[in-house]
Ligand binder design. Structure first.
Ligand code: NZQ
Ligand code: ZN
Length: 385
């Protein structure tokens, strides 16, 4: 196991009716700005419930944070926070609203040009406004980590950054608030969480047994509960298991002390920025090809994955590995997510542009061994056609 430091200060308030506990988590005299997306929280009643819980507080709101939150939209909110002197932010929505709110929290006190925060991976962030979240879409894990992914529409870029001051002070996770999700977003959430786990698990062995067993438990839960969430959307236990899995998948625990890949994600971000696919849709396409092209270097963990997740214990090593990759593609298909670029009418020419953007964004040595070069990325993308 590698050396590591683990720090996660986010308080989680989990369960049906948890929004009622909101007032007790926010400083009494705070001026609270509620941030949200395109309006799903109005339709499903979550915003009304939040206002009820915040009676007595001075509140304001900023809506319109789009999926794949854009710098351009978020800067409008930064101006509003500065002008109206809000000092606490409350993100109500999915990963895009939470990520956008993290950027706002860091940008408000930031003296330089705020895109620098993203471009320099937040290394110049000093402090940020405090904020909490009410999660309505389990997927990104943003509710319990200090990471964020922001797009710049004009530059057609979508880049990640992280900073320890960007952990939510608290996150409220009420599984009943996910009942209004359409099937595509249920599937996106399950697949995003699944690939977060494999990015931290399907690498190479370092004898990290607790991390491996924990990751495998989360994967098995998602394999079991993902299809059930599509079939029984109001099954509380199914939605609760998925909600907690998504948070645990990217809160630092299973990634502590083990090698991490993230090449699938970095390539996926470029596909979203260029072609507009949902984040998780890009992962369902790229991940199986990533495993196939890099199966040699991932052999030991792929064989462990084949046995412990898919029950594949017999046959040659190659057969067991290709069997596990096939099972993974079948699982994504059951979750209604295509696993080819052609399913989205993306062709070979676009691949050249995607590879060019990887180079522009310095993504030239990806993966747990830093050996996923633009040439390897191109091979992987061609395997996805
Ligand atoms: O626009 P709103 O009204 O919010 O509607 C959203 C949006 O249209 C809707 N939705 C959310 N909760 C709902 C609902 N509709 C009905 N009922 C509900 N309860 O779903 C749509 C997608 O929402 P979004 O927040 O974009 O989805 P998700 O939570 O999957 O977040 C995706 C973003 O997370 C980033 C991705 O890059 C992407 O920008 N990620 C963040 C990470 C992190 N912070 O650690 C890591 C991840 O790998 C990921 O990159
Ligand atoms: Zn993700």
């Amino acid at each position: 196991m590698n050396n590591f430091k683990f720090y996660n200060p986010t308080k989680i308030i989990f369960g049906a009716g948890a929004i009622k506990e909101l007032a007790g988590e926010i400083p009494q005299n705070a001026r609270v700005l509620i941030t949200y997306g395109g309006g799903s929280v109005r339709k499903n009643g979550v915003l009304e419930e939040v206002y009820e819980a915040l009676q007595g507080f001075e509140t304001g709101e900023f809506g319109g944070i789009e999926p794949n939150p854009s710098y351009e939209t978020l800067m409008r909110c930064v101006e509003k926070v500065r002008q109206d002197k809000f000092d606490f932010l409350l993100a109500v929505g999915g990963g895009s609203v939470i990520d956008g709110t993290k950027f706002i929290a860091a940008a408000v006190p930031y003296q330089a040009e705020a895109w620098e925060i993203v471009k320099t991976r937040a290394c110049k962030v000093v402090n940020s406004l405090t904020f909490g979240t009410v999660l309505t879409l389990p997927a990104s894990g943003s509710e319990m980590n200090c990471g964020s992914v922001i797009s710049h529409r004009q530059l057609r870029a979508k880049l990640p950054f992280a900073h320890p001051s960007l952990f939510p002070r608290f996150s409220i996770l009420d599984p009943t608030k996910t009942y209004s999700l359409p099937p595509r977003q249920i599937a996106n959430g399950v697949i995003d969480a699944f690939v977060h786990i494999t990015e931290q698990y399907l690498t190479y062995p370092v004898e990290g047994k607790p991390q491996d067993r924990f990751a495998e438990g989360l994967l098995l839960t998602l394999v079991e509960e993902g299809p059930r969430a599509l079939a029984e959307p109001e099954n509380y236990n199914v939605r609760a298991n998925i909600m907690w899995c998504a948070a645990l998948a990217l809160n630092g625990l299973i990634g502590a002390g083990v090698p991490q890949d993230w090449a699938t994600h970095m390539i996926g971000h470029e596909i979203t920025a260029l072609c507009g696919l949902d984040h998780a849709q890009t992962l369902a396409v790229v991940m199986p090809a990533m495993l196939k092209i890099r199966s040699r270097e991932k052999k030991e963990k792929l064989l462990q994955y084949a046995e412990r997740i898919w029950g594949i214990k017999t046959g040659s090593e190659d057969d067991r590995i290709s069997g596990a990759i096939e099972k993974t593609k079948e699982y994504f298909a059951v979750m209604q997510a295509p696993t080819s670029l052609s399913a989205y009418n993306i062709n070979g020419e676009t691949i050249t542009t995607i590879v060019g953007r990887l180079k522009d964004h310095g993504m030239t040595n990806l993966g747990e061994r830093r050996n996923v070069t633009p040439e390897v990325a191109e091979m992987i993308l061609r395997e996805c056609l």
